[in-house]
Design a protein around this ligand. Structure first.
Ligand code: ATP
Ligand code: MG
Length: 710
């Protein structure tokens, strides 16, 4: 079984695998540790990862990047609208209100969902891991930003399914970092708690997490974030600065040219990196636009001035994390920075001033998330033995259930009721039960109780619960189980109809009860998970009144006898019999791919991957023909010289020349089969010569050996 961790960044991805001796970050085809998150659609195949990045400058309109920003968002999302303005490819609104990416592939314009494109990226990462492990990879852990909404989490899972992966957990990136930090620490206190703040400033976002470490465990005390504060915002500032300058100085408007935009952005990113180590930096681009070479220059001071509006935002997530953790600055013992954009000196200065101490860089900033993911996968995998270490994760958003209640509302007919189920900071995973008193099929919405941090619609999903038979004698009681799973996804898992009857004296003195009552009497099933959380907290009841017909007056009429019963054996006292019946629960899905679509996407990905493989193999076969031509030509003039007649040699040389010409002309773009046939044709003439040579050399060695024996 595979034990693999994937960190998919906005820009680049890391693949880490667990081996018995530790975690390794594996190299891709080009021997690089980081693989760009890019899919480039071509006329004959796709180029993904490093190959995609190489093709993107030539083919910017069909090179899809920044996928992490696009998945699981509605087209109308203002952040998405802002993001797509700077993308070189075309994104439009699909019929379902979600974005569609347009690209020219196999000679025609096609559309892909962001989830499909992420599936392609995962496919590529999966094959990197498989080549390294020499085994199939299915089980894995994938890092996600803590601010990912339910839709984004589901989109990541769908993309993983498209790539044939089975994530054991989607783990928050900062938590993965904290795990990679803590698991190897041998000096963690037994009783005290070591509080460490992790600050990750990546390409597009900033995340902060404060974790408390003790021997053998970590507990997340708080998560905070700014979803759109990252390295690229600094690139953007430089981009606008220089494009305005060039408009004035060189009379060129780069915004009118996709390739020029891309090149200027890339140059600005480079410039930003240079400014991290130097007080000033030049910017020179040859032939940027209209055949004009441009030159620019900027000092770090000026860069800091023009990026002041971004720098001002760095402090807010830090303050929020401290407040949510209930800590004072002095309670944070250490600050660790990760994410490459944190290399900007002015950001480090802000962090140092805020925490009153120098942030450290003990972690490998680009690899720690991937390593943490692989560690988490190893902890969850039954095949792996890992040091005992518990990860007590906390969920960043409060989740509630809402439903139409029975209390008449003067204006709206039925009043909307809401019950907080998982408060902010609730442990992950967790299961809670809410009891409803309903007489017929009803629907509940799962929703965010507070969307101020989110910029997402409050509603997550809707569940229809029912139908269920009701006994006239009873006020039906429905126990609805709500699960917050390891991925941070909430679902209504099951509903059970509980019907109580008192057998001996069938007179009820029951008072009218609430519409819904919440219990947290469940222990989660995911006990294999680190820090599976017991939720024995008792929550306050929701407001509401009874609506079941049978209890309207508080005296139920006699009803049917229950079928399955939990019986008592004492005779005198009234006894309770409980009949439990499973009630159907149906989810109405928003945004996530329904299973039929997902299956189609899986098949489509398989087809495209097959096409890529055929093209790769075709290239290999073509290269084999070319290599044979050069190799045979050399050998005919050299070691095969004495093993071929002059006329045969001449004939074969002519054939080789003819093949070489063909390769650059008519045969440039042939099918795999044609190249195979071509090679065989050449070998028919070449093989006998090669055999004669081999025979002679072997005989030579035998004679040598005989001479040696004598
Ligand atoms: P995200 O975490 O947002 O999903 P990511 O993981 O791909 O994205 P990182 O690799 O952590 O992001 O950071 C990439 C960003 O860091 C880019 O914007 C890059 O330009 C910037 N960066 C890299 N090196 C430096 C440097 N020396 N100085 C300043 N910025 C840098
Ligand atoms: Mg990152």
């Amino acid at each position: 079984m595979s034990v693999v961790g994937f960190d998919f960044g906005n820009e680049s991805c890391i693949v880490a695998v667990a081996r018995q001796r530790g975690i390794d970050v594996v190299l891709n085809d080009e021997s690089k540790r980081e693989t760009p998150a890019i899919v480039c659609f071509g006329e004959r195949q796709r180029f993904i990862g490093t190959a995609g990045a190489a093709s993107s400058m030539m083919n910017p309109k069909n090179s899809i990047s920044q996928i992490k920003r696009l998945i699981g968002r509605q087209f109308s999302d203002p952040e998405l609208q802002r993001d797509i303005k700077s993308l070189p490819f075309n994104v439009t609104e699909g019929p379902d209100g979600y974005p569609l990416i347009h690209a020219r592939y196999l000679g025609e314009m096609r559309t892909f969902t962001p989830t499909q494109v992420l599936g392609m990226v995962f496919w590529n990462l999966k094959s990197i891991a498989e080549q390294n492990l020499k085994a199939a990879v299915v089980d894995c852990c994938i890092g996600i930003p803590v601010y990912f909404t339910e839709l984004q989490r589901r989109a990541v899972l769908d993309a993983a399914t498209i790539a044939g992966l089975h994530p054991l957990r989607l783990i928050h990136e900062t938590t993965a970092t904290a795990l990679a930090y803590g698991i190897y620490k041998t000096d963690l206190p037994e009783n005290d708690q070591l509080n460490v703040a992790f600050v990750d400033i990546g390409h597009a976002s900033m995340q902060v997490c404060i974790a408390g470490f003790k021997k053998g465990q970590l507990k997340i005390l708080a998560h905070s974030f700014d979803r759109s504060l990252g390295g690229r915002d600094f690139d953007e500032v430089l981009f606008h600065h220089f494009s305005a300058k060039f408009k004035e100085e060189y009379k060129i408007d780069v915004s009118q040219n996709a390739r020029a935009c891309l090149r200027l952005r890339a140059a600005c990113e480079k410039l930003k990196k240079v400014l991290s180590a130097n007080p000033e930096a030049p910017l020179n681009i040859e032939c940027l636009m209209d055949e004009k070479d441009v030159r620019g220059f900027i000092k770090r001071e000026e860069f800091e001035q023009i990026s002041a509006p971004i720098l001002q935002r760095v402090k807010a997530p830090l303050e929020k994390a401290l407040a949510d953790a209930g800590l004072a600055v002095g309670d944070v013992h250490m600050v660790e920075v990760v994410g490459s954009a944190s290399r900007i000196p002015s950001i480090l200065k802000i962090l140092t001033e805020f925490f009153g101490k120098e942030p450290r860089r003990t972690m490998n900033a680009s690899e720690c998330v991937g390593r943490g993911c692989a560690l988490q996968c190893a902890i969850l995998s039954p095949t792996f033995k890992v040091r005992e270490f518990q990860v007590n994760e906390s969920f960043p958003f409060p989740i509630s259930l809402s439903w139409k209640g029975s209390v008449p509302d003067a204006q709206n007919g039925e009043a909307e009721q809401e019950q907080l189920v998982f408060p902010k900071g609730n442990p992950i995973p967790s299961v809670k039960a809410v009891t409803f008193h309903k007489t017929s099929t009803f629907s509940v919405d799962v929703q965010y109780s507070d969307v101020s941090d989110l910029q997402a619609p409050a509603k997550i999903s809707t569940y229809m619960i029912g139908p269920f038979p009701t006994l006239r004698s009873e006020k039906p009681k429905l126990k609805v189980k709500v699960r917050l799973n390891l991925h941070g996804i909430v679902s209504v898992e099951s509903a059970t109809l509980l019907e109580e009857e008192e057998v001996e004296v069938p007179v009820s003195k029951e008072p009218a009860k609430e519409d819904a009552k919440m219990e947290t009497d469940e222990k989660p099933n995911d006990t294999s998970a680190p820090g599976a959380n017991e939720t024995d907290v008792n929550m306050q009841d929701a407001k509401g009144t009874a609506e079941a017909a049978g209890v309207e007056n508080g005296v139920p009429q006699s009803g049917d006898k229950p079928v399955q019963m939990e019986t008592d054996t004492k005779v005198e006292a009234p006894k309770k019999k409980v009949k439990k019946t499973n009630v159907p629960v149906a989810e109405l899905v928003y945004g996530a791919m329904v299973s039929g679509d997902l299956q189609k996407a899986v098949e489509k990905e398989f087809e495209m991957a097959l096409q890529d493989r055929v093209m790769e193999e075709t290239k290999d076969k073509k290269n084999a023909v070319e290599a044979y031509v050069y190799d045979m030509r050399n050998k005919l003039c050299d070691k095969y010289h004495d093993f071929v007649t002059a006329s045969d040699k001449e004939e074969l040389m002519a054939k080789l020349q003819e093949t070489e010409d063909w390769l650059y002309e008519d045969g440039e773009d042939e099918t795999k089969g044609v190249y195979i046939a071509k090679l065989e044709e050449l070998k028919k003439q070449g093989d006998p010569i090669e055999e004669r040579y081999k025979e002679y050399s072997e005989r030579g060695t035998i004679i040598d050996q005989l001479a040696y024996c004598i």
